[in-house]
Design a protein around this ligand. Structure first.
Ligand code: SF4
Ligand code: SF4
Length: 229
């Protein structure tokens, strides 16, 4: 666009020779943007070994109330996860970060409990003139432009992914994102449960995960690649 600076799409580059296929990235990504396969079969080793919990997605569709919305499913989800199959509304839950846009778009015919709890604050006085980088990258339309030309957060829809923070020229000054809790299944490791309950930010979450490279993961991968269970 002439004269306008727009945030650029980033590139994800995975070196398959360095990847040990632990599946942590797959398990952590709320959009399920990465999928590992072994011998053609999808596999998430950290789930199979119970060394990592799964996000809890609680999405309910009221089949009677949803009728009036079937004709405009294309408008309900910013990630295009809602479609019609055999006349029924279906949601690709695996890739759903539970932003709750569809809940409001259907007046509650779809009910979604969030996976991520947190807070997002924009200090508009600190935003550089004309900057709207965060608007460009938010995957779930959790930010909106007001008539005063400033960007405001829509807390209800935010999944605290921090994509906006990555492109903000004044992170922590103009924009503060905090993820305070995550709804997840229990894990067998008691230590892990404690850690996960205490995790205050997604960066702490990332740090913690990086330290959890267990032998069990490598063993599970080895078993899989040899065709065993
Ligand atoms: S919760 Fe958000 S991402 Fe999930 S289906 Fe609804 S609108 Fe799409
Ligand atoms: S953290 Fe930022 S980019 Fe992510 S959902 Fe919230 S407003 Fe959108």
């Amino acid at each position: 666009m002439d004269g306008e600076e727009v945030a650029q799409r980033s590139i994800v580059d995975i070196d398959e020779h360095l990847c040990d296929h632990c599946g942590m990235c797959e398990a952590m990504c709320p959009f399920w943007a990465i999928e590992h396969t072994v011998n053609g079969e999808p596999v998430v080793c950290v789930h199979e070994t119970d060394s990592f919990p799964e996000y809890i997605r609680d999405i309910r569709i009221d089949r009677e109330k949803i009728e009036p919305y079937l004709e405009r499913v294309d408008e309900l989800c910013p990630l295009n996860l809602i479609s019609i199959e055999d006349g029924e509304l279906v949601i690709n839950e695996k890739s759903c970060p539970c932003c709750r846009q569809c809940e409001d778009g259907t007046d509650g015919a779809i009910l979604v409990r969030p996976i991520f709890i947190g807070s997002i604050t924009i200090n508009q006085d600190k935003c550089p003139e004309e900057c709207k980088n965060c608007l460009d990258v938010c995957p779930v339309d959790a930010l909106e432009l007001h008539e005063d030309g400033k960007v405001y957060p829509l807390d209800k829809y935010c999944v605290y992914c921090e994509a906006c923070l990555q492109v903000c020229p004044e992170p922590d000054e103009a924009l503060v994102v905090k993820r305070t809790s995550i709804r997840h299944t229990t894990v067998k490791s008691g230590a892990w449960n404690k850690v996960l309950e205490k995790l205050a930010t997604s960066s702490a979450f990332d740090r913690e995960l990086r330290t959890k490279r267990t032998k069990k993961i490598a063993e599970a991968m080895k078993r899989r690649s040899m065709g065993g269970k």
